[in-house]
Design a binder for this molecule. Structure first.
Ligand code: ZN
Length: 387
């Protein structure tokens, strides 16, 4: 299963609503930031010890978000403690929103302050197709529930919303003066919903040995971009930094850092252009890349400083590819990175031993290829979309 998020625009809200939501966003962001500070301070938070002028469910979402942000900060490459701006989307959990159809028009009901209010949305294919699954569908069922006073289990008729599990947590977000809901849905992973027009899928694998390997499996065309030059330049900068470090020339070190970043940025931008140019030789190209969750694992063997530099450089490269592709009307899809380096594209056998450094050699059918090329091919052929 994969999750796909759809944006649904709220029909022009009143000025009062607009103000109210902006205010709620500010309070929400402030609450998250406060929670982050308290978590870093060693406090353990719960809804009862966090004070905020927010609906309790929204407050809980803020606490959850703060916890996640701190966890990401502690594990991830980010150097700074995260802070949230007042434009942060507000999370609304599945108990606090649903949909409703009145006279053929669709509404989303949601709780930001006190009472649930239903607002009309702009209809699109997603709304007409899926909104009926998000409506409240109440039935009454006999269930065992705990009696609060006696703490005994009793059988009781309870209200059950059968569609509740179809709904996940949505976000209320603003773009300029417009407001949207970002609604995630789970779909089975096949890309069949995309288009009937044939497209050409191009896989882009980013890595250390090769900064990027791109391939189009049908024609067999491929291109390798070596990571040697970047590695060389980085080492060069590092040794310069080291010699400055001995003299404690802090400003010079900083300047050198900026210079290195600019160099890397320039390099990535050029590389992104080459990758999109490669894609453009094909009919209706679609670029596929791995969602970079596991870049840290691929870099496990590296020194810590190199790892952080590399992971941001990879993200930057992907971002530039997206920007460049957008300019050229080329679509970009992210796929799940699981097994892309271990799977045999011929017989689909997955085994860790299939890959040994530079070489891919299938343990089952004997298929051989360059490991990075094999990965880019698997990315191009992958049907598992990551969002
Ligand atoms: Zn095989």
């Amino acid at each position: 299963m994969a999750t796909v998020t759809h944006l649904v625009k709220i029909k022009k809200p009143t000025k009062a609503k607009h103000k109210e939501w902006i205010h709620a966003q500010q309070k929400y962001a402030a609450c998250i930031n406060l929670c982050i500070a308290r978590i870093l301070n060693g406090d353990s938070l719960s809804s009862s010890n966090v004070e905020a002028e927010l609906n309790s469910s929204i407050k809980n979402e803020a606490i959850r978000k703060a916890k996640r942000a701190v966890a990401d900060y502690k594990q991830g490459p980010a150097k700074k403690v995260p802070t949230f701006k007042s434009r942060v989307p507000i999370s609304i959990n599945n108990q606090n929103w649903d949909t409703k159809c009145v006279k053929g028009r669709w509404y989303v009901g949601f709780v930001v302050d006190k009472k649930k209010k239903y607002l009309p949305v702009e209809e699109n294919a997603f709304v007409t197709r899926y909104f009926s699954f998000f409506q409240q569908n109440i039935t009454y069922e006999m269930k065992q529930v705990k009696n609060k006073a006696t703490k005994k289990l009793v059988k009781k008729e309870v209200r059950v919303d059968k569609n509740r599990e179809n709904r996940s947590t949505i976000q209320l977000l603003r773009k300029g003066s417009d407001w949207y809901f970002a609604i995630p849905i789970e779909i089975s992973c096949e890309i069949r919903t995309f288009s009937i027009v044939p497209q050409t899928f191009i896989g882009v694998d980013v890595g250390l040995r090769h900064l990027a390997v791109i391939s189009e499996p049908k024609s067999g065309k491929r291109q390798y971009f070596s990571g040697k030059e970047v590695g060389y330049i980085r080492r060069h900068f590092r040794s310069l930094r080291r010699s400055l470090g001995k003299k404690k020339a802090l400003r010079a070190i900083k300047r050198l850092g900026h210079k290195e970043n600019r160099w890397m940025q320039d390099y990535n931008r050029k590389l992104a252009k080459k990758i999109v140019d490669f894609a453009l030789q094909f009919d209706r190209p679609v670029i596929k890349m791995e969602k970079l969750y596991n870049i840290r694992q691929t870099c496990k063997t590296m020194k810590k400083a190199d790892r952080t530099i590399h992971s941001w450089a990879f993200y930057q490269l992907q971002r530039f590819i997206i920007q460049r592709a957008e300019k050229c009307n080329v679509r970009v899809i992210f796929v799940n990175p699981k097994y892309t380096s271990q799977e045999c594209p011929k017989c689909h056998h997955i085994e860790k031993a299939n890959r040994n450094k530079d070489v891919f050699h299938c343990m089952k059918c004997g298929h051989r290829d360059h490991a990075d090329h094999n990965a880019s091919k698997n990315i191009a052929l992958s049907t598992s979309i990551a969002v």
